[in-house]
Ligand binder design. Structure first.
Ligand code: HPA
Length: 248
């Protein structure tokens, strides 16, 4: 059986991979418990890809309750070594308006109370992974190269601020993130990226900007309808982009 070229974790608004053919469904139990849903393995424009919906396919798992460890372990057990995380985010700084796709290169973790390491079980070895570059540089470069091939516009770089959710942020909170140097804000970037590093998985983020973060645009209010419509519009070229990344 051929190897999985890439695993994709879908975020808010991306509950399946369009154009994934010949899908085999695996319900995987991991040493960390159950993932958010089944792993779907199939061919995306010829490339063998695995997909998992981070919040479950019916969006029933909120960001702070996602079993990030089980999700990543399930993909690893399926044979994946590289993970592309799709994260729906709000844009804070000028280059990151709604419907932009971005490949951040840094992050700041504002989440709390989430299980954020695989070395928590009594007796397990404590590891301190290097995290200066939180996303795998080679996978980022390959994603940006794939975007050039398929013609997808992907902003190179930016800092992702991971907030606790599930509520959206106050304007003051976004002001603080902006002063800290964040360009994007989302609720699921951590602990996922850190756990991927601990598990030895290559990991990059493709952020889908769904809205201006609180106080950054003209909207009085951020609505789920706006978020989902923008994710849908921005996702049109994803199958080609993901297949090209899987190929490379
Ligand atoms: N904040 C946090 N997470 C998000 C946002 C936001 O504005 N939009 C989509 N996910």
């Amino acid at each position: 059986m051929s190897e999985i070229r890439l695993a994709v974790i879908g975020g808010t608004g991306v509950y399946k991979l369009a154009q994934l053919d010949g899908v085999e469904t695996r319900e995987v139990a991991t040493r960390f418990g159950a993932p958010s849903g089944p792993v779907r393995i199939g061919r995306l424009l010829g490339q063998k890809v695995a997909f998992l919906a981070r919040h479950g396919e019916g969006h029933s798992v909120p960001p702070h309750l996602v079993n990030y460890r089980a999700n990543l372990a399930a993909l690893k057990e399926a044979g994946a070594t590289r993970v592309l995380a799709l994260n729906t985010v709000g844009g804070i700084t000028e280059r990151f308006g709604p419907r932009v796709l971005a490949c951040p290169d840094q992050l700041i973790d504002y989440t709390w109370g989430r299980i954020s390491t695989i070395c928590e079980e009594p007796g397990s070895e404590v590891i301190h992974v290097d995290f200066g570059e939180p996303y795998t540089p080679l996978l980022r470069r390959k994603l940006l190269a794939a975007a050039r091939v398929t013609g997808a516009r992907v902003v190179d770089g930016g800092c992702y601020g991971a907030t606790q959710g599930p509520r959206l942020e106050t304007r003051a909170e976004i002001g603080r993130l902006r002063r800290d140097g964040c360009d994007l804000v989302g609720m699921t970037g951590m602990p996922e990226a850190g756990l991927a590093r601990e598990l030895g998985l290559d990991y990059a983020c493709l952020a889908i900007v769904a809205n201006w973060a609180a106080g950054c645009g003209d909207e009085e209010e951020i609505t789920l309808a706006e978020v989902l419509a923008n994710v849908d519009a921005a996702s049109a070229g994803l199958p080609e982009l993901i297949a090209e990344l899987a190929r490379g």
